[in-house]
Ligand binder design. Structure first.
Ligand code: ZN
Length: 489
């Protein structure tokens, strides 16, 4: 048992990166960061390009956050920030008088977000905050035309603040946006809304910011597309904006490939395990469709027309899987466990203790829960609590484990499920003989009654179970019967 327990415990520990929750901080802003700028041409069809640039010019100017900078409101609180994905909305080009407009636009964005998968199902994983950033002037730079400048808090502007050759690339000073978002309890991801009705958008892969024009065509679907980049790390799947034929090397990102379906299956690469699969509500069937990431030929996407290709579309299965990954892996060591009997691997001695685990359930279904003693599943125990004495264990040492798994049918890769949608917690237990098990044989049975009666007849101290001590009377019999009939009592 000891070596077996050790093996089990070490295997449990191996999947737990850390035991204590930790405060999360924003990622460092790179000197040059990768950007995707995508916008609706006006007919629901996306176009755009990849850029690389310094998004934080204010970092070199000695700019600091003004005192009493901005009011912060938590719009969606689903749990402690160190165990949730915190998304912070900041706005630019809103004067104090326009803050009600900003609030209404954020509310509409949040409402639309939680009507869209996978945010709807995994809503309980997300907190949303709003920072009421006030600008001196209304509107953003280079709107409607290049050269129109305004005094605003976050320096948002088209032509990527004047630094790109794409009119619709709508960028924000990431250092300023991140300085304001840091006022919120958590800020793993930032959404910068521009007070504008001009089409535009961008996603920053390094500083994890999505920029959206608040009052333009399809602002909600545009945000979901940008989050597909900066939160789900997806590439664009549309085929305009670049050379007709892509001739470069394979990409690291999961939703585009230079390999067609047969090659992917042969090489077991990219989304080969999803080929032919479909899910209601998502784009499919999954295959390898030519045309993606700004080129029409030489590069493939997973589905005919996903959100990464056109607005007002759902993700395909690769986008969905990346989304589920993002909503589960934001630095939380136990993403599926909100609380449990403490501590992890704590030692418990006795025969009667209740253990609990508080799961982080998705909003549309519950997690599968089971309990184990060592490697053995305990039959019938699928709840969030376990009463030790009900197991009637023989005295000895055990390792008790609770395991949780999200059995959503949206995941086809069981290794992925095991790595991202699984959690466990464990305790070391020493079972002592319960008082009613007088014969210490692990069973509370008639043998224990006979043992008590024999001791009672002999007036043995072992039968003197009730006060006052020294007397052998009905109180002792009642005390024994109580423990005999309700050993868990
Ligand atoms: Zn895009």
């Amino acid at each position: 048992m000891p070596s077996f327990a050790l093996v089990l415990v070490s295997s449990v520990v191996a999947v737990l990166p850390a035991l204590q929750a930790r405060a999360q901080s924003a990622p460092p802003i790179p000197d040059q960061e990768r950007i995707r700028t995508c916008y609706d041409r006006g007919d629901g069809v996306l176009t755009g390009r990849a850029l690389g640039m310094d998004t934080a010019p204010s970092r070199r100017t000695g700019w600091t956050l003004p005192r009493g900078a901005a009011n912060v409101v938590t719009l969606e609180n689903n749990g402690p920030s160190d165990q949730r994905l915190d998304i912070v909305f900041v706005g630019d080009g809103y004067t104090e008088a326009e803050l009600p407009l900003f609030r209404a636009q954020v509310d509409a964005q949040v409402q639309a977000l939680f009507q869209t998968e996978p945010f709807k199902t995994y809503r309980s994983h997300i907190n949303i905050h709003r920072v009421d950033v006030i600008s001196n002037e209304s509107g953003v730079d280079h709107d409607p035309t290049l050269g129109v400048l305004r005094d605003t808090a976050l320096d948002m502007g088209f032509w990527c603040m004047g630094a790109s050759d794409i009119e619709r690339s709508l960028c924000v000073d990431s250092f300023k946006a991140r300085s304001y978002s840091a006022l919120a309890p958590g800020d793993e991801h930032v959404v910068a809304l521009a007070n504008s009705s001009k089409n535009g958008g961008a996603a920053f892969f390094g500083s994890l910011i999505s920029c959206v024009s608040a009052d333009a065509f399809n602002p909600h679907s545009t945000l979901h597309h940008e989050l597909g980049h900066s939160l789900f790390t997806l590439e664009d799947e549309y085929s305009t904006g670049g050379p007709a034929t892509y001739t470069g090397p394979e990409f690291g990102r999961r939703n585009i490939s230079i390999h067609d379906e047969l090659e992917q299956l042969k090489l077991e690469t990219k989304w080969w395990y999803l080929m032919g699969q479909s899910l209601a509500g998502f784009d499919g069937p999954t295959g390898a469709y030519e045309g993606a990431r700004y080129s029409r030929f030489g590069i493939f996407r997973p589905s005919p027309d996903s959100l990464m290709r056109s607005l007002n579309r759902p993700h395909n299965l690769v986008g969905l899987e990346q989304g589920i990954r993002a909503l589960h892996t934001f630095g939380d060591p136990f993403p599926l466990i909100d609380d449990a009997t403490q501590p992890f691997l704590g030692e418990f001695v006795g025969h009667d203790h209740e253990f609990f685990v508080t799961p982080l359930h998705p909003s549309t279904h519950e997690l599968t829960i089971w309990w184990q003693l060592g490697l053995d599943v305990i039959p019938g125990q699928t709840g969030t609590t376990l009463r030790l004495c009900e197991l009637q264990l023989q005295p000895g040492e055990y390792t008790l484990v609770v395991k949780l798994r999200d059995d959503t049918p949206w995941i086809f890769d069981e290794d992925f499920r095991q790595q991202n949608l699984f959690a466990n917690w464990a305790w070391r237990i020493t079972i002592e003989t319960p008082p009613a098990d007088r014969t210490a044989d692990g069973r509370i049975d008639f043998g224990d009654v006979l043992d008590f009666l024999a001791d009672f007849a002999d007036q043995s101290p072992r039968a003197d179970m009730a006060e006052p001590k020294g007397q052998f009377d009905a109180a002792d019999v009642l005390a024994f019967l109580e423990r005999f009939t309700a050993p868990c009592g």
